[in-house]
Ligand binder design. Structure first.
Ligand code: SF4
Length: 341
């Protein structure tokens, strides 16, 4: 799994007013990547492709270098107070990715180069909540680690938050390209989370992301770099042999993580779910997907604005929860399970 390299780059002229914008232009020129100009990162036109699916695939390897104008941060409950906007979009092709429905018409990747403005806004949010801690989530609308080897904006953010007393950073990734982040001066203020799953789920439903083994190995490196560490196990999925699949995950984690890192681990557990809209999109984009989305076998959970979703039936969800929590308890007895949903 090679680190992401865009096939096409768009740059907003204003991005070149910032050092990172100029640095990226220079870098992509040297790499021989086609660079085009765009007036706004919000409306990039003419991404190549003969049909919608091709445009979608090409968009996911297109990077837009832009300026973040909206410096009002979205909220990001329950895991953080705010979403810190460093990037949008992802190069991965996970069949169930929620970005497919939340940013369906703009699947291209965007990175924002006005870091100074973003940090000023961050500081303002921290000050507003003094003396409370303020947590920022950096991976709400992207897989920021997957992009950071090009931009280092996450690394700068980790170090910026590391210098604050009351700021905390968190993000989650399915990529193993963490080496440049290992020496960041995080000061314990960043919780580095990996999204993990059974090998079966990663192999079948998460193309374009790092493998099971590479992610676990990267988690070991991050633990040794003394970052607070966490895992999101999502979506928990009842494939044939799922009990053994998740057991293997815990066994490998236990064998890889240094003992001292396991004291303060966090787990977030999310069972597989889908909405009618998501199912339609998945079947269109990934028509050969083996992902089971049979409404009859699920329980309908009502949601706001008619956006109800299909989750596992109560008994199956309980079994999933008990099994995974049992593994957590057995392998990492001092870890904290933040939620199962
Ligand atoms: S890695 Fe995360 S953000 Fe990227 S496609 Fe997969 S689920 Fe979506």
């Amino acid at each position: 799994m090679e680190p992401f390299i865009p096939q096409l780059v768009y740059i907003e002229p204003k991005a070149l007013d910032y050092p990172l914008g100029r640095e990226l232009k220079d870098k992509f020129e040297k790499m021989g990547i086609e660079i085009r100009e765009t007036t706004s990162h919000n409306q990039v036109r003419n991404i190549p492709g003969d049909n919608e699916n091709q445009v979608y695939r090409n968009a996911k390897s297109t990077l837009v270098v832009g300026v973040r104008k909206t410096l009002k941060f979205d909220t990001s409950k329950p895991s953080a107070e705010y979403a810190i906007p460093l990037a949008t979009g992802c190069m991965g092709h996970c069949h169930y990715c929620y970005l497919q429905t939340t940013m369906g018409d703009k699947p291209y990747l965007r990175t924002y180069v006005n870091l100074e403005d973003i940090f000023d806004a961050t500081m303002k949010y921290i000050k507003e909540r003094e003396p409370e801690i303020t947590r920022f989530e950096a991976a709400c609308t992207s897989d920021i680690v997957g992009l950071d080897h090009l931009t280092h904006s996450l690394k700068k953010t980790i170090e910026f938050i590391g210098e604050t007393d009351l700021g905390r950073l968190r993000f989650v990734t399915k990529y193993h390209h963490v080496d440049h982040l290992l020496d960041a001066k995080h000061n314990g203020n960043t919780r580095f989370r990996f999204s993990l799953n059974s090998n079966y789920v990663i192999k079948n439903f998460e193309p374009g992301t790092s493998s099971f083994d590479l992610r676990i190995e990267a988690a070991g490196k991050v633990a040794k770099a003394q970052y607070p560490l966490g895992f999101i196990l999502a979506p928990l999925y009842r494939h044939e042999g799922w009990e053994a699949g998740y057991l293997e995950l815990f066994e490998k984690l236990e064998a890889t993580l240094p003992h001292y890192a396991t004291k303060d681990l966090t787990f977030e557990l999310i069972q597989h779910r889908f909405t009618k809209t998501a199912k339609r999109t998945i079947l269109k984009r990934y028509p050969k997907s083996k992902l089971e989305m049979n409404e009859e076998e699920r329980k309908y959970k009502w949601g706001k604005y008619g956006r109800g979703k299909y989750v596992y039936k109560t008994e199956e969800a309980d079994e999933l929860k008990e099994t995974i929590e049992g593994y957590i308890h057995k392998f990492f007895p001092t870890a904290k399970t933040e939620y199962f949903t």
